[in-house]
Structures are given as C-alpha cells and as structure tokens.
Ligand binder design. Structure first.
Ligand code: 9MR
Length: 469
C-alpha cells in the first residue's frame, strides 16, 4: 500500500511545479504558502485521496477526459473494469485488458488505485451464481487470489465485499452468496484477500450506511468481528446521496468506525437532484459536497473521497433514477460546477490564488555553496524489490541537477518518476525531469523509483553524489 502512495506523493511534488510553469511565471517558486488550484494538489497537501471512478472507454478514447482525470485526481477506481463480469466472464478465463489499462494509467500519472470489487451479488456472471457449496467457495477463493495477486503492490486498497447487508432491518442481503455459503462467506473473502495481498488495505463497502441506522449498525457488527481477527482495515461509505439530504449523523457515524481502529472512506460519492437543475439547486449541491468532503478532511482516519464518475453525463444515476441526475463535479463540457469549487474549498485549496513567487532564479546570482545534496531512502521493501524515495536539496539556486550512485549488489531500477537518464544499470546517473530542476537555495524536490533485487536480499541505501546542471 505504501508503494503507490509514495509514488503518488513523489509525482505530486513535481505536478505543482508543472502547474506553476504553466502559469508562465518561470521563476523559482515557494510552494509552502501557495494554495492549491486543483483538487489533486489540495488533497495531496492534506494527505487525502481525492478519487474518481473511471470508465475504460472514456479513458482510452477521450483525451480531455484523460487529462482531467490525471490533473484533478490522485486516486482512481475502475467503475466497472475490475468487477467479476469484466475480469472472469467464464470460469478460469481471466481478462484483464481493461483493468490493466486503468492501473497502468494510474501508475503513469502517479495515482493510487482503490480496487472495486471482489465479491458482489451484482455484475457476477451466471456461471458463478449457478454454483453452490464448495464449488462456489472455490470459485470465490480462486477469483480473489487471482485478481489480488495480479495487482499486488499496485492496488492500494480493495472493496473485498460489496453491499452484503440488506436495506431492511440490517439483515444480511439475500443473495446467492448468502444462500450458497451462509454468512461465513464474508470472513472467507477477507481471509483470502488478506493472504493474497497482505499489504493492501481491505474494506467492506456499502450504500445507505452514511447515517447511524439499522444498516450501518449491522455493518458495524460485521466490522467489529473482522477487525478483531485483523482481517479488516476500513469501511467504505458509498454515499450515493440525494440533494439536501446529507445525514445529520454522518460525522458521528463515521467516528464510531474510526473508534474501532478502522479507516473510513467515502467511496462512491454523488449527489443527485431532479433535472434540470437551477442555480439554487446547484448551490445546495455545492453545500452538500462541501459538508461531505469536510467530514473526511477533518477525520484523520478518513483515507479519502472518491466521486463516482467525472462528468454528469458519465453518471449511472439517470439510468437508474429517471428524472434525476447531474450528481457530479463537472459538466459534460468539462466546465466546473459549483460543487467542484466547494469540494476544492473543503480540501483546503482555493482556485483564486496564484502561488507566491520569490526572486527570479535567472537574475539572482547564485550564492556560494556546495551545489546540492541528495539522499535515498527505502519506502517499502518486499522480497524481490522495493520502492525508494530520493530527495535533492539545493544549497544554491539551481536550474537543474544530476545525481549518481552505484548499487553495491543486485539492485536495479525497474521504473521511476520525476527523474530521467541512465537509470537501469549498476551505476545510475539521473537528472531532473522537465518540471523539478529549478530550485531556490534551500528548496528540496523529490523523485522516486522501484527496484528489483535478489529474492530476500536487503535493499541497500547507497551514497548519492549530486551535481548542479
Ligand atoms: O456505475 C456503475 C454502472 O456503470 C454499472 O452499470 C452498475 C452496475 O450495477 O454499477 C455502477 O456502480 C455501482 C457500484 O459498482 C457499486 N455501488 C453502486 C454503484 C452505482 O450503481
């Protein structure tokens, strides 16, 4: 789970610099007092995920969609591509084309992935639904093992089971899972997922559990049991809400799960209204979004908020609730709705302020000093690899830097971010990317990479030489 998070943080540090360059400032820039102008930058500054559910077809075929997803969000969830009907349509016949493309996109853009979902009563092929007893359990175990293993180290967290509680009286949902395996299927699913990817955060996910009610009480009881066996890390509150109806008990309800030692996450946020919307409804929607995002922003153990789609026209809502829609942050032409601005505010960002700037690097004579210093640290090691973070500190104003080191053993870089050059051999020589070379004296920037190494060996931390460009 650290792997993706570290990668994302490293890239984000660069992304802020890109945004500055795009403003045409061309100066060395101090970011500490700058307020973020994208959801992504604002969420990153407070250590939260701001996620979006993405549709494979749009991500592949629509450049504006792609750019908006990359710019505005630091976390992705596949809206449909990781579900059972997409990943194992026939018994043992796995198809990962769409899911792989989404995970690749997230990695390329320094985003984490919240996986959705292993075990659900919906979007599960009939060959599964027609099984029972040991055959059904074997199919579930094989499916979780195969999908979790494939994305181990690349998907940070999983909705292990989805919507297992019914809408009435907090009873377990009457599904082929419950009928075929009894309530124990939930524990089996979590045991399997935990063993398959011990580093992923495991969530139970459901809707209409945002308030303190019979359904969330049942989720609470299940969560208590799973947590006591160390099988659960978090609870996903889907939050498919209706305009003006953010539950008054939402904060307190999330808090009681945090008090169990769990993370909470708003996993599928949308706030629907009767279309067409007028200005006051859009303002109410903005207030509702602000309230929900604030709840997460102010709760240390809330890992983040994922909105369930990019543009209003991408949403599932009108198909299922005719006459309702417009539940998201962007209009179909990618213009930002009032709810976008209020979400940005709730994350602590402010689209109105430009970053503050210091002296132009080009006109300030560089002070004397020893150029730059660089260090490496191991972020998350595993048997055959590790993720590293690198830090470059400018001891004088820099317009670029080069770092070099030699691996003492079998370590070799397999992929990297915010650094470029000759990276894959025993001796590494890397320079700044286009966006993280200009540094004021005293400023630092980061880069990162993954290595492969001999199975079980220790990931070493070589000494790095840093030279100004
Ligand atoms: O948004 C998803 C939509 O494209 C699918 O057709 C639908 C099929 O059931 O699932 C939608 O996503 C659901 C999510 O996976 C689980 N929670 C409810 C979401 C909205 O229905």
């Amino acid at each position: 789970m650290l792997l993706n998070r570290q990668r994302r943080r490293a890239v984000i540090a660069g992304a802020v610099t890109v945004a500055t360059a795009a403003l045409g400032i061309g100066l060395s820039t101090q970011f500490a007092s700058a307020q973020a102008a994208t959801l992504r930058a604002a969420a990153d500054a407070i250590g939260k995920d701001i996620g979006v559910a993405v549709a494979y077809d749009q991500l592949m075929n629509n450049a504006t969609y792609r750019n908006t997803v990359a710019t505005e969000f630091n976390s992705l969830t596949a809206e449909n591509a990781m579900k059972w009907d997409a990943t194992e349509p026939q018994d043992g016949n796995y198809t990962f084309t769409q899911a792989d493309a989404i995970v690749d996109f997230a990695e390329d853009n320094g985003q984490s992935v919240h996986g959705h979902t292993f075990v659900w009563h919906s979007q599960t092929p009939s060959w599964v639904q027609n099984l029972s007893g040991t055959a059904l359990q074997a199919a579930m175990v094989d499916h979780i093992n195969t999908v979790a293993n494939r994305y181990e180290g690349r998907v940070e967290s999983w909705d292990v089971v989805n919507e297992v509680v019914s809408d009435s009286n907090g009873a377990m949902r009457d599904s082929f899972w419950l009928r075929g395996l009894g309530e124990g299927f939930v524990t089996t699913a979590f045991q399997t997922a935990r063993a398959a990817d011990p580093n992923a955060d495991l969530y139970i996910n459901d809707y209409s559990i945002e308030a303190d009610n019979a359904k969330s009480d049942r989720i609470y009881t299940i969560a208590q049991g799973l947590k006591s066996q160390n099988l659960l890390d978090g609870v996903g509150f889907q939050s498919h809400l209706i305009l003006g109806q953010v539950p008054s008990t939402m904060e307190a309800n999330l808090q009681r799960f945090v008090d169990l030692g769990l993370k909470v996450r708003i996993t599928e946020l949308d706030i629907r209204l009767q279309t067409p919307a007028d200005g006051s409804e859009l303002a109410q929607q903005a207030a509702d979004y602000e309230r929900v995002v604030n709840i997460c922003a102010e709760l240390a153990d809330c890992s983040g908020v994922t909105v369930w789609g990019l543009r209003d026209g991408d949403s599932w809502v009108p198909d299922v609730f005719p006459g309702y829609g417009a539940p998201l942050l962007f209009n179909d032409d990618y213009s930002k709705k009032p709810a976008y601005t209020s979400t940005l505010n709730a994350l602590g960002g402010d689209g109105t302020e430009e970053p503050t700037t210091s002296q132009p690097a080009t006109t300030t004579p560089p002070p004397s000093g020893s150029g730059c210093t660089a260090t490496l640290s191991v972020q998350s090691p595993w048997n055959t690899g590790a993720t590293y973070a690198g830090t470059v500190k400018a001891n004088q104003a820099l317009t670029g830097w080069t770092v070099t080191w030699t691996w003492p053993g079998s370590e070799r870089i397999s992929n990297s971010w915010s650094i470029q050059g000759t990276l894959s051999g025993a001796t590494v020589t890397g320079s700044n990317a286009a966006y993280n070379g200009t540094l004021a004296a005293g400023q630092t920037t980061t880069f990162g990479f993954n290595i492969t190494k001999a199975d079980g060996s220790t990931a070493s931390v070589p000494t790095v030489t840093c030279t100004p460009a």
